[in-house]
Write a protein that binds this ligand. Structure first.
Ligand SMILES: Cc1cc2nc3c(=O)[nH]c(=O)nc-3n(C[C@H](O)[C@H](O)[C@H](O)COP(=O)(O)OP(=O)(O)OC[C@H]3O[C@@H](n4cnc5c(N)ncnc54)[C@H](O)[C@@H]3O)c2cc1C
Length: 269
């Protein structure tokens, strides 16, 4: 049971949403799918008196935007899995969405932007969004701005959002990708993820590691034999929690990276 008296706001414009978020700063959250937020409120780990539901703002669209793909902030894992555009243009998103656990409720309710904004290190999407060069479109009281995922994800549970701001959509780059997540059991959180894409230098791969540090880290590797060393060099602040200590995550990150590269090679063969 949520103990705090709660006011539910359902704005009909993004400007209205921003002004509610600004007016109640520190005491308000955006309510997307609620799959993270509502359990936290039930457990009294998040205590706010206002929630803003953006469902009337038309933010569940997926469309091409020039060379990139734009996904509205309310796009769910199920929307991604059902989208031909995502499958054709940015298959890495669909690949990672297919591995999300928690059953239909999480697939239908959980949004990729909600995952990014919560920024829990041991999840799939922070790393996948960095790997796909996601750029978040943020609306605030003084207008809009765009922030790359690697800058948006500041630290564990911390993102670059100012009072009154919220994410309206994000764009991703196209192109093939390979993905691997390592976890203890079918239903548990990942302890290391790797997203591999062809390197922009034209030689080797760009591998983004997730769940290994508080925020994702990207390494360039030219040959398979270099993977373990490149990964160990890149991980300087490993993430530890009840699932796995940091040293273990660092050890297995190389395995995840190699498997992601193998998958990329397979899908592009
Ligand atoms: C049983 C279970 C299994 C799961 N399995 C996986 C898994 O396998 N892989 C994985 O990666 N994740 C997994 N998750 C986590 C899941 O990814 C997230 O719960 C979901 O994506 C969060 O999205 P949401 O829309 O529900 O966010 P919400 O819970 O609504 O919001 C989360 C946070 O983001 C903020 N927020 C949301 N949208 C915006 C916005 N547009 N602008 C600003 N702030 C915003 C909210 O205020 C809140 O602080 C699982 C969760 C559960 C409960």
């Amino acid at each position: 049971l949520i103990q705090t008296p709660l006011r539910y706001h359902r704005p009909s414009t993004v400007e209205e949403a921003c002004s509610v978020l600004l007016e109640h700063q520190g005491n308000v959250r955006v309510l997307a799918g609620g799959t993270q937020l509502l359990p936290l409120m039930h457990r009294d780990e998040v205590r706010v008196e206002h929630v803003v539901d953006p469902r009337d703002l038309g933010l569940a669209t997926i469309r091409r935007d020039g060379e990139r793909l734009e996904l509205g902030a309310l796009s769910t894992y199920a929307d991604v899995l059902a989208s031909d555009l995502v499958r054709d243009d940015s298959p890495l998103l669909a690949r990672a969405a297919a591995g999300v656990t928690g059953g239909r409720q999480i697939l239908q309710q959980g949004t990729l932007v909600g995952s990014a904004c919560f920024n829990f290190p041991s999840t799939d999407f922070p790393g996948v969004l960095v790997a796909t060069d996601a750029r978040f479109r943020i609306q605030g009281p003084s207008g809009t701005r765009e922030v790359a995922a690697a800058d948006f994800l500041c630290d564990a549970y911390l993102v670059d959002l100012e009072p009154g701001e919220f994410v309206t959509s994000f764009t991703v780059a196209g192109g093939a990708g390979g993905y691997c997540k390592l976890k203890h059991s079918a239903g548990s959180w990942p302890i290391a993820t790797a997203s591999a894409r062809a390197s922009l230098t034209g030689e080797g791969w760009q591998v983004t590691l997730g769940a290994v540090q508080a925020v994702p880290v990207t390494v360039e590797v030219r040959a398979r034999e270099e993977v373990d060393e490149a990964v160990r060099d890149a991980v300087d602040r490993p993430w530890s929690d009840v699932l796995a200590p940091g040293w273990y995550r660092t050890q297995i990150a190389g395995v995840a990276a190699r498997r992601a590269i193998d998958e990329l090679e397979e899908v592009t063969a």
